[in-house]
Design a protein around this ligand. Structure first.
Ligand code: SF4
Length: 279
């Protein structure tokens, strides 16, 4: 097991580069060992200079593997684990080490996103442990479904959780993602109990995730948690649409427009009315 020949650069300008089958050659037993130990991760790409994935200027590791199938997913090439490049954790730590001084100067840090990073929970924890040892701020961008894979002690390795709650209503969440919302909300409550800092992320699609009653209920839930520092309302866009086409997956939102300013303002106002800060 270990790094093999790298067919593409690990660094990408942004996560919208289509990447497939880069880890297909890794034997099944090595994949299982990697998931169990975290000694190797499957990485779609690293990007640098992000100012939208946590505080300051950040390096973002985009991992592959996701158990959700969000209708609006911008990166469906991250769904399959073996679409990512196999990267030894020691190599990932060394890459991160190159940025440690710059990240501190820019009050930034490391964000691990995906895909769903907790599909590779052991790799994530090893990376965050190393990052914290270097004095680098850590943020996990997660749909929260697999939060119970982390021990309370491991939660301390995450300085900030960017929690993506896809929808409040159970039926809508299932229709939107293919998965239940219950474990996501359980993780949100647990983070609140442990007083871990959270930013809520909410993708706004007109006609799909903008129902006023559901937004009010989500806003109340979020405000009552007491640990959510801000809410990022993320307007849907079509930048990932080409990936669905190229991957041959049916895309049902081809005619969906980005939400209007009026809808964005209304949803932000609903979160603010519950006492939350929105961006
Ligand atoms: S959780 Fe994220 S990566 Fe997974 S399907 Fe949804 S939007 Fe895509």
């Amino acid at each position: 097991m270990g790094d093999s020949v790298q067919p593409v650069s690990l660094e990408a300008k942004n996560p919208f580069e289509l990447r497939v089958d880069l880890g297909r050659h890794v034997p099944e037993t090595d994949v299982r060992t990697a998931l169990a130990t975290g000694d190797m991760g499957f990485v779609h790409s690293f990007t640098t200079g992000s100012t939208v994935d946590g505080p300051g200027v950040r390096v973002v590791a985009w991992l592959t593997g996701c158990q959700f199938r969000c209708l609006y997913c911008h990166n469906p090439d991250t769904w399959r684990l073996t679409n990512g490049v196999p990267v030894a954790v020691e190599r990932a730590k060394a890459e991160l080490g190159k940025y440690r001084h710059g990240l501190k100067m820019m009050r930034g840090g490391l964000t691990v996103s995906g895909g769903e990073p907790l599909m590779q929970d052991r790799f994530v924890i090893k990376l965050f442990t190393a990052a914290q040892a270097m004095g680098i701020h850590t943020a996990l961008d997660s749909n929260g479904y697999l939060g119970d894979r982390l021990t309370d002690e491991e939660l301390e390795k995450i300085d900030l959780v960017l929690l993506d709650i896809k929808g409040w209503d159970a039926e809508r969440h299932h229709r939107l993602t293919g998965m239940d919302v219950g474990p996501v909300l359980d993780f949100a409550r647990r983070l609140a109990t442990r007083r871990r800092p959270v930013w809520l992320r909410y993708v706004l699609v007109a006609g799909l995730t903008d129902n006023p009653e559901e937004i009010d209920q989500l806003a109340d839930f979020t405000a009552n948690l007491g640990n959510v520092e801000r809410v990022d309302v993320l307007p849907f866009h079509q930048m990932g649409a080409f990936k669905w086409k190229q991957l041959g997956i049916e895309y049902t939102l081809q005619n969906a427009e980005p939400p209007s300013k009026g809808i964005i303002d209304r949803v932000c106002a609903q979160f603010r009315a519950a006492g939350l800060k929105t961006y």
